[in-house]
Write a protein that binds this ligand. Structure first.
Ligand SMILES: Nc1ncnc2c1ncn2[C@@H]1O[C@H](COP(=O)(O)OP(=O)(O)OP(=O)(O)O)[C@@H](O)[C@H]1O
Length: 241
């Protein structure tokens, strides 16, 4: 079964078509990247898929269920790691994770067990007792993704997961995200082409709300007659600037 399938998914804001008849397919267990210049419609797509914004028309199916009619079912099985996550700075890494688990209604013992699991799975054991405010930017971002993993989601949305990180922190986070591959389906947005090359099984390029190309990185390069993703992206998205 596909993890995500969008069918003519459309969002209008007045005269502006932010997302225009979008058709995407994301296979279960894959890492899928949405690429596009500022304003292309990436965040709006995530907002619709996660139930924050209702589509104007069209539909999307997550794990086979419609976002229009099965939103509550879907929300129990997905989570989002936004760019700015409300990490409580004065709490430790473990306390932050337990707090979020509690917010999701997990009883104390389950929350503690899930925090422990995520700490192990996501490489946070070394900093589990540290307050969030002393963590490096990379570790804070890792904590914010771990907070989204606490509900054991089947689909995880990552909005520009490595923006603002230095090259080492970015690579460490790539490794952490890669370690989740196959366990959780991930849809990420990014402006970093090397991030797509490093992480994504497939990619869609959005221009002015429309998906202009999708497939593997090699597919996009072949289709645009280029041999780097950057050249392919410039060719595909070039007319949008
Ligand atoms: N609530 C809103 N009201 C009106 N217009 C909006 C709203 N949200 C987004 N838009 C517009 O919809 C278009 C798509 O925006 P969106 O944030 O989805 O793009 P994006 O690809 O995520 O861009 P970025 O890379 O800058 O995050 C933009 O033109 C934006 O100004």
């Amino acid at each position: 079964m596909d993890a995500i399938r969008t069918v003519d998914l459309t969002k209008r804001y007045g005269d502006l078509v932010a997302v225009d008849k979008e058709d995407l397919v994301v296979e279960e267990g894959a890492i899928f990247a949405l690429l596009g210049v500022n304003g292309a419609g990436k965040t709006t797509t995530i907002s619709m898929l996660t139930g924050l914004t209702r589509p104007t028309s069209g539909d999307a199916y997550l794990l086979g269920k419609s976002i229009l009619s099965d939103g509550a079912w879907i929300r129990e099985r997905i989570n989002v790691a936004p760019q700015q996550t409300a990490v409580a700075e004065n709490l430790t890494v473990r306390e932050n994770l337990e707090l979020i688990a509690g917010v999701y209604g997990q009883p104390h013992r389950k929350a503690a067990a899930n925090a422990e699991r995520v700490i192990g799975e996501f490489g946070l054991a070394g900093v589990a007792r540290q307050r969030a405010k002393v963590l490096s930017g990379g570790m804070q971002r890792r904590l914010s993704i771990a907070m989204a993993l606490i509900t054991d989601p089947r689909i995880l949305f990552l909005d520009e997961p490595t923006v603002g990180l230095d090259v080492f922190a970015r690579r460490e986070l790539w490794d952490a995200i890669t370690s989740l591959k196959g366990k959780v389906t991930m849809l990420l947005t990014t402006h970093y082409l090397e991030e797509v090359e490093h992480l994504a099984d497939s990619v869609a390029v959005m221009v002015s709300g429309k998906v202009v190309a999708s497939g593997t990185v090699a597919d996009l390069e072949r289709r645009s007659g280029t041999d780097t993703l950057e050249d392919a992206f410039v060719k595909l998205a070039g007319g949008s600037r």
